[in-house]
Design a protein around this ligand. Structure first.
Ligand SMILES: Nc1ncnc2c1ncn2[C@@H]1O[C@H](COP(=O)(O)OP(=O)(O)OP(=O)(O)O)[C@@H](O)[C@H]1O
Ligand SMILES: [Mg+2]
Length: 249
């Protein structure tokens, strides 16, 4: 399914995929923003969630993480047989959903290690510090440094490391490459591939669509809060018309 028109809400699946969003609608106050989004991802896949500015990508991630705003008024969210749509933000985090927001939210006044330790406090306990430092050696080298003094790329690594400090099943990344040099983007890409190999499912929102598509298994394009494309990442890379129309690449 990859036509230009808005994709109609599919039938409610009898057996949801490992991670599945079905016909989700959400509002900021009176503003109707998420207008019937459905997504399906297999365990361990990476989904690139793309679209122009204001298409609703961040709102979709926040809706999935049960952030409270926007307010989800309709739809279902399933993760590994758990009904996430019935949960609040805290429960969704316990169910294994981690949102790494665009601004990364590194806690001021705390070292790298303290940022990670703080994340480890909340159950269920995820990775050990050693394991996080194995994945991100730069964080290990800078463990005593204040987190907010790290470079942009290192702060992104810390934000991802902090997500892994909990036992997560679904990693939601909002523009992780923003403002980063290509060499750092490449370093983070390699880590995301390692994370995929461990069976963690990822949704990546990125303006750098080419980089996201090269990493991803599947691709979804949003436009005004609806899904206008849903196919493999490779098919989108091969689809000049869709790339030009919605991604300007
Ligand atoms: N807190 C809010 N209150 C009201 N409207 C909002 C709020 N946050 C976002 N919106 C609106 O919702 C729409 C979708 O915004 P969203 O941030 O989800 O888009 P996006 O695809 O992430 O865009 P970008 O690429 O610029 O990050 C936009 O029209 C935006 O103005
Ligand atoms: Mg956004």
């Amino acid at each position: 399914m990859n036509q230009m028109s808005t994709l109609r809400a599919p039938e409610r699946p009898t057996e949801p995929a490992y991670f599945s969003v079905w016909d989700m609608h959400a509002y900021y106050g009176e503003s109707y923003i998420v207008q019937g989004i459905s997504l399906n991802i297999h365990e361990g896949e990476i989904l690139a969630l793309l679209g122009r500015n204001g298409a609703g990508k961040t709102s979709t991630l926040r809706s999935i993480a049960r952030a409270g705003s926007p307010m989800v008024t309709h739809g279902e969210i399933w993760l590994d047989h758990q009904a996430v749509h019935e949960m609040g933000a805290h429960q969704a985090a316990q169910a294994g959903i981690a949102l790494v927001p665009e601004d990364r939210r590194i806690i001021q006044g705390l070292t790298v290690e303290e940022n990670l330790q703080l994340a480890q406090i909340a159950p269920p306990k995820g990775w050990s510090l050693e394991r996080i430092y194995d994945l991100f050696p730069r964080l290990g080298e800078r463990r005593k440094q204040e987190g907010t003094t790290l470079s942009g790329g290192e702060q992104q690594m810390l934000a991802i490391g902090r997500a892994l400090a909990r036992d997560i099943k679904l990693l939601l990344l909002d523009e992780p490459y923003e403002g980063l040099a290509p060499v750092i983007v490449h370093e983070i890409e390699k880590t995301l591939m390692q994370i995929r190999d461990l069976g963690i499912t990822t949704v990546i929102v990125e303006q750098n669509a080419v980089a996201a598509l090269q990493l991803a298994d599947r691709a979804v394009i949003l436009d005004t809060g609806t899904v206008v494309y849903d196919d493999t990442a490779q098919h989108l890379l091969d689809n000049k018309e869709m790339r030009e129309e919605y991604l300007a690449i």
